[in-house]
Design a protein around this ligand. Sequence first.
Ligand code: GLU
Length: 277
Amino acid sequence: MKYRGRLAPSPTGLLHLGHAQTFWIAWKRARAAGGSLILRNEDLDRARCRPEFVTAMLEDLRWLGLDWDEGPYAQSERLELYRAAFRKLKEGGFLYPCRCSRGDVLRALQAPHAADEEPIYPGTCRPSAGKPVVEGAPLNWRFRVPDGREITFLDGGFGKQTFVAGRDFGDFVVWRHDDAPSYQLAVVTDDAAMEITEVVRGADLLVSTARQCLLYEALGWKQPAFFHAPLVTNENGVRLAKRDDAWSIRARREQGMTPENVRAEFKPPPEPGRLFS
Ligand code: GLU
């Protein structure tokens, strides 16, 4: 089967060194395999996405020396596809409606959690077996995870990964109360529809990949291979975020750095030479 990879930036800020490294790895792997690369603009977050960031991300990718064979496709133009996947999950009995806000979930947990990782849903709205589902707006639709089940996948960069449903992640939202798909549902639907054979993404998404394995299974779709790229951290050892403008590709470019200088800053691969050779 021919290799098909993708670059999937979100236009919610400027791309930083971590994105540069992930996209560089994705590009290298697609080119080394003689495959194609698809550019997908992940612009579903209406509150945070901005057109000027779309322009900036395309410019920065080109400046880094990356090219693509298809796209850009915009997720905001593909809503019907996600809606069809949502309906299939709902009809398959995998989902339940939930009225909890993020604040409710956090209060119910009363425990600190990693700021960017979805808190484990305490199951407040989870229907007990056989109990009829009461619908009403506004509500989120959650995927009910099989508690205790081990989800295993072989990662191309980090090797075998195992996560336990209900312990490492809980019931997650697939359709939001503002009538939009969640990241998990949109990305799985697109990767399947675009016939992506290998997903290259940052290691911050390892747990999300485990959630997505459950979605592939529930939807009856073939799972791609996964390759997670090491995370780039700032001077305090904290993973780069969109707000770290000083670490943006743009800032480096304005300082007169070349794409080669930027690549020299990438984190060493887990196995010498494996990722960048
Ligand atoms: N759009 C996501 C991001 O910019 C990446 C999603 C993915 O690779 O699955 O973080």
